[in-house]
Design a protein around this ligand. Structure first.
Ligand code: ACO
Length: 334
């Protein structure tokens, strides 16, 4: 068995910054409410009329990650793309990356695990490396939320939370059995699928039915049972972190940096206090990006690495919880 380690990181967000005050102009909300409940100050939203999409942002992040890994596009053996906001209903964004980056006809899959998407994607790539099937895998998390949000007062409980952006990493084979991804733990609980969901358009509720409702059917906007999601998130985050630490015979004090999915600053802070983590053991950036779902962990990981917060041999913990419900964790020795 081989080991896999991250050899390149990159992220990309659209230039357009939308502050909480900007949102006050289009819906009944305010900076104080948003910051107090979520910690978010601003997010990046692709402006109307732009050509940018989930796939193009993913491609931009990927270019940076590939270059930093010291590789060329043709060194990549496989693409794993995590998103809940693909450019097309089908095919997935992974195949678009193969085309956009002019790669060989390598395989590409999309991972549909929402906020846990990047954890699932990284774990999937890790298995392909460990078995020896591939040497260098491009793993992307990217979301274009803003075009699918209800930006009226009706949708304010959801729309203020989400941001657009993408991150990417290269997962490469290493023969060093002490370094790289030490473990991944993945979970799901489908009975809560409709607590955080976009119901349609789906094949059981297709576009003509929405049009026939004359505007009454708004099931194409995200629905979130916020309080219920919050309660489940704090329990599952803690569980899956403890599961990972136990599996690796590590203690909370061994964690050099914890990067939680940037769902809500209050969730991150709750988990931090529950685990008794010091401030320097956790990295949050939701204040500036909002919740970018499958992109959030890889954007934060890249940013933390760029800031010099991750050093050789560090224990880095990643964990996520979200729609599905799905949740998971990955531990890396850097
Ligand atoms: N601005 C102003 N007021 C608002 C807004 C807003 N943007 N949104 C809702 N309100 C109002 C509501 O209408 C309600 O008013 P009322 O009391 O007159 O009825 C009041 O604020 C309280 O609404 P709640 O929904 O009960 O607010 P809550 O305290 O639960 O906070 C929140 C909402 C922030 C979404 C919270 O439930 C939460 O953090 N949930 C966790 C879910 C989460 O973070 N999801 C992120 C995506 S999922 C993931 O990544 C895991």
């Amino acid at each position: 068995m081989y080991n896999s380690k991250i050899t390149g990181l990159g992220f990309y967000v659209p230039d357009n910054i939308v502050t909480n005050s900007d949102l006050e102009k289009v819906m009944d909300t305010n900076d104080e409410w948003i910051q107090e409940r979520t910690g978010i100050k601003e997010r990046h939203w692709i402006p109307k009329g732009s050509d940018e999409t989930t796939a193009t942002m993913g491609a931009e992040a990927a270019k940076i990650a590939i270059e930093r890994a010291g590789l060329t596009n043709n060194d990549i053996d496989f693409i794993v793309f995590a998103t809940l906001s693909p450019d097309y209903y089908f095919p997935g964004c992974g195949v678009q990356i193969q085309e956009m980056l002019d790669m060989k006809t390598i395989g590409a899959i999309d991972i549909r695990n929402q906020c846990s998407g990047f954890i699932y994607a990284l774990s999937t790539a890790d298995q392909f490396i460990k078995t020896g099937m591939y040497k260098n895998i491009l793993v992307i998390g990217s979301e274009y939320h803003s075009n699918g949000l209800d930006k009226t007062t009706r949708g304010r409980g959801v729309s203020v939370i989400f941001g657009d952006g993408a991150g990417a990493c290269i997962l490469s084979r290493t023969e060093d059995d002490k370094k790289g991804i030490l473990s991944s733990h993945l979970h799901s609980e489908g009975k809560y699928a409709e607590e955080l969901v976009v119901i349609s358009p789906s094949i059981k509720h297709w576009v003509p039915e929405i049009i026939d409702s004359n505007g009454k059917d708004i099931s194409y906007f995200p629905y979130m049972n916020g309080t219920f999601v919050f309660k489940n998130a704090i329990v599952r985050f803690s569980e899956v972190i403890k599961e990972a630490l136990t599996a690796n015979e590590l203690a909370v004090t061994d964690i050099d940096l914890f990067i939680p999915h940037q769902a809500n600053l209050r969730i991150s802070q709750f988990v931090q206090h529950k685990l008794k983590l010091r401030d320097d053991q956790i990295y949050n950036n939701i204040m500036n990006y909002g919740n970018t779902t499958a992109a959030s962990i890889i954007i934060a990981l890249t940013e933390a690495w760029e800031m010099g917060k991750i050093k050789d041999d560090d224990i880095v913990l990643l964990a996520a919880f979200g729609s599905g419900f799905t949740w998971g964790s990955v531990i890396i020795r850097w």
